[in-house]
Ligand binder design. Structure first.
Ligand code: SF4
Length: 378
């Protein structure tokens, strides 16, 4: 079942670590909504005619949009795409945009999953990251979300922040699990070129934390979430039984999806396309009917690499039967042979017909995945 992602590019303030496409000016908001609606119609047949099982409104900051504007977009989406009655409909919220009136409005639209960008419960971290909220605003926003009747609630946290000790991270996790959240996404801070942090690193004003500290924080994340009853189902994602993100799980299981808005990506099993990361160009091209995206038709090697890249990050790992069926003997033998050394080092294990990373392997997942990548065909 296909999914839809809608990228709302507006943010009121720019976070120092962020390299998602975002802009502060909202002067093109109305033109953006019109373009999104047009793009939904353009993309109508991209993923076949399967009904939508998930809709994800992300960004950027979707909560800078009014309930009325979100309603306009959602109403159009369900008019254009057949949508399952039981669809998961998620919205990302910034804590300081949350009011009980706003939440009530979102609930009335059928939104049934809330993702709150908490990032840290420590004000020193939040200041350093240049977030808009502080910890007391985050706490009251999260309580309001539960009071409004949302029960499928996920939060985002960041670890590996310079200056964050292991005991700071432990307190962040303890406080998070003291709420009735059903899901947690926890990302290690990466310093990306071109961001404020990237520029600070270039001037030697900031550096990544030591690898040993990263590993301790990741281990603590795995232990604490398990103790709290969460299942580690993807490198950065933890959920209670029955509350894994259906939308993101579909990405990892190669289910087709449509991305609307500047910088959004789409995939239908045969091709992948990505929209221009510039709001004005996006609006202009959608209106003029010219290409607002680049497209890659996927060859078998690219499909193989994408399958390995996404599946190895999850607790389901590489399904050897699927591998043989889809990528024939060549793909199967390549993976099985290469996996031998990782199994010997205790970085991978075979669970029935699936090859999965061990906890030790998860710590260096990027390195292991890159070793499995097949070079492009000549
Ligand atoms: S609110 Fe999110 S998208 Fe906007 S700048 Fe911060 S991290 Fe980036």
């Amino acid at each position: 079942m296909a999914g839809i992602y809608i990228h709302i590019p507006f943010c009121k303030k720019l976070c120092h670590y962020c390299d998602f496409y975002h802009i502060v000016s909202t002067s093109n908001k109305d033109a953006f909504y019109e373009a999104i609606i047009k793009e939904a119609s353009i993309m109508k047949d991209y993923a076949g005619n399967e009904p939508l099982s998930t809709i994800y409104i992300g960004g950027g900051t979707p909560s800078v949009c009014s309930v009325k504007d979100i309603a306009t977009i959602l109403n159009h989406i369900v008019k254009v795409f057949p949508t399952e009655e039981t669809s998961e409909i998620t919205i990302e919220l910034n804590p300081d945009d949350v009011t009980s009136e706003y939440l009530k409005g979102l609930k009335s639209l059928g939104i049934n999953r809330v993702s709150m960008g908490i990032q840290s419960w420590r004000d020193t971290d939040l200041k350093m990251l240049n977030r808009r909220h502080d910890s007391s605003v985050a706490a009251s926003a999260l309580k309001s979300v539960f009071r409004a009747g949302f029960e499928n609630v996920t939060i985002d946290l960041i670890y590996g922040i310079p200056g964050m000790t292991l005991s700071d991270w432990e307190s962040n996790l303890d406080l998070s699990f003291s709420y009735d959240i059903k899901h947690l996404s926890a990302y290690h801070l990466t310093i990306e070129p071109g961001t404020v942090f990237g520029k600070m690193r270039d001037k030697n004003l900031l550096s990544e934390i030591e690898e040993e500290d990263s590993a301790s924080q990741f281990n603590m994340l795995i232990e604490k979430s398990e103790t709290a009853g969460f299942i580690h189902y993807e490198i950065s994602n933890f959920g209670r039984e029955g509350y894994f993100s259906r939308h993101n799980s579909n990405y990892w299981k190669q289910v087709p999806y449509i991305g609307l808005g500047p910088s959004a990506h789409s995939f239908n099993g045969y091709s992948r396309q990505w929209n221009v990361s510039n709001l004005k160009s996006y609006i202009r091209s959608v209106n003029e009917g010219t290409a607002y995206y680049e497209k890659e038709v996927l060859d078998s090697r690219t499909c193989f690499n994408e399958y390995i890249m996404t599946s190895l990050r999850t607790m389901w790992g590489i399904d050897l039967e699927y591998l043989e069926m889809t990528f024939e003997k060549e793909g199967y033998d390549y993976v099985v042979n290469l996996s031998t050394k990782f199994k010997e080092y205790g970085l991978m294990k075979q669970d029935k017909k699936n090859l999965v990373l061990t906890n030790q392997g998860k710590m260096i997942s990027d390195n292991i995945i890159s070793e499995f990548m097949m070079p492009a065909e000549e």
